[in-house]
Ligand binder design. Structure first.
Ligand SMILES: [Zn+2]
Length: 351
């Protein structure tokens, strides 16, 4: 072989190697990027001291898990609409406490809801009864009880109910629905306000609890997220739905210590705002779109010095309260005195 033809062959080989190299790099890039144009979106929404998550599946299914306290509704409804939600395919109420179902009363009036998944735990509280009345008024809603082992499928997203069983624990918190949501390699564990008793029951059922993302139980209270449960879930990320400087001291330092010891990255919704996870079924990305911003409405001059109440929340406020501007005008009711507001069934606080 002449020296010239050897150079030619080398050149050809070199060119081919370059082309293959470029194709290979593109294939690797494309595989890494696959699914990002339509990912699974899991929003842990900043609702202050409360709990609320929105799941948007790649096939368009919208799942709302809890809805914060009752006065969060103007923000929550805005948030859902901005996220592109037009109907709620599945509404999960983890347990009947006001920091979980409060905002859902108005959500049920504003959005078509196909299915409600409930723990079946009752609560005699007046406001929970209001929630149930609203549910009953929406006759098209399919009301189901979540029981361990129940499985649901939304396109490629799968949901497995881990707790409770039909034998409900004595306390409301321990009756919380615990479920795992899976999209490819991405698993999310939702726990409501489950405490260690519920965690122990959940573990005894033998399900695989391993999850990349854990919605920490009971706002990071020391009653929850026990070492054994944490070890079974083994999360890489943990989201604690707790308000900034809340009166409960949530999250408790024992819980954050346990998480940090495992190297789990912690987000707290009340301080970092909403935490949004995106998954293409392989990898997870985290975004922090910001703290909750509540819409504000002008108060007409003739109402400015009167007692202003909200017919949705049944709360009334002094004229100078910073919260009166957050009442949508259509929900605003005015009274001359606090006594008149009380007589009409309004109160100063709500739980
Ligand atoms: Zn709670």
């Amino acid at each position: 072989m002449s020296r010239l033809s050897a150079i030619r062959i080398f050149r050809k080989f070199f060119t081919l190697a370059l082309i293959f190299g470029a194709l290979f790099s593109f294939a690797v890039f494309a595989a890494g990027e696959a699914g990002w144009e339509n990912p699974l979106r899991v929003h842990f929404i900043d609702v202050g001291q409360g709990d609320c998550s929105l799941v948007q599946c790649p096939n368009g299914t919208a799942i709302l898990v809890d809805g914060g306290r009752i006065w969060t509704y103007p923000f929550l409804i805005d948030y859902l609409k901005n996220a592109g939600v037009e109907k709620i395919d599945l509404l999960v109420l983890s347990h009947p406490h006001g920091d979980h179902f409060g905002g859902l009363i108005k959500v049920l009036k504003e959005f078509p809801v196909a299915v409600i998944l409930d723990s079946g735990k009752d609560d005699t509280g007046e406001h929970y009864q209001r929630f149930l009345e609203t549910v009953k008024s929406r006759t098209e809603v399919d009301f189901k009880l979540a029981r361990a082992g129940d499985r649901f499928t939304f396109g490629e997203v799968k949901m497995l109910v881990i707790h409770p069983s039909s034998r409900l624990p004595a306390t409301v918190n321990n009756s919380s629905i615990i479920f795992k949501l899976t999209y490819g390699d991405s698993d999310f564990l939702f726990t409501g306000d489950a405490e260690m008793e519920a965690e122990a029951e959940a573990m005894s059922r033998g399900f695989n609890l391993r999850s990349e993302v854990l919605k920490v139980g009971h706002h990071g209270s020391r009653t929850s997220t026990g070492p054994a449960f944490l070890s079974r879930a083994s999360p890489r990320w943990a989201v604690i739905p707790a308000g900034e400087n809340n009166s409960y001291g949530h999250p408790h330092p024992e819980v954050t210590r346990r998480l940090k010891m495992r190297g789990t990255k912690i987000y707290q919704t009340g301080t970092e705002g909403t935490v949004l996870f995106l998954s293409n079924g392989k990898d997870l990305r985290v975004e922090l779109p910001g703290r909750a911003v509540y819409p504000e409405y002008a108060i007409p001059e003739e109402q400015a010095s009167r007692i202003i109440a909200n017919r949705e929340t049944l709360i009334y406020y002094d004229p100078h309260s910073p919260y009166v501007v957050q009442i949508p005008p259509e929900d605003r009711v005015v009274f001359d005195t606090a006594v008149a507001a009380e007589t009409a069934g309004y109160r100063r606080n709500w739980w």
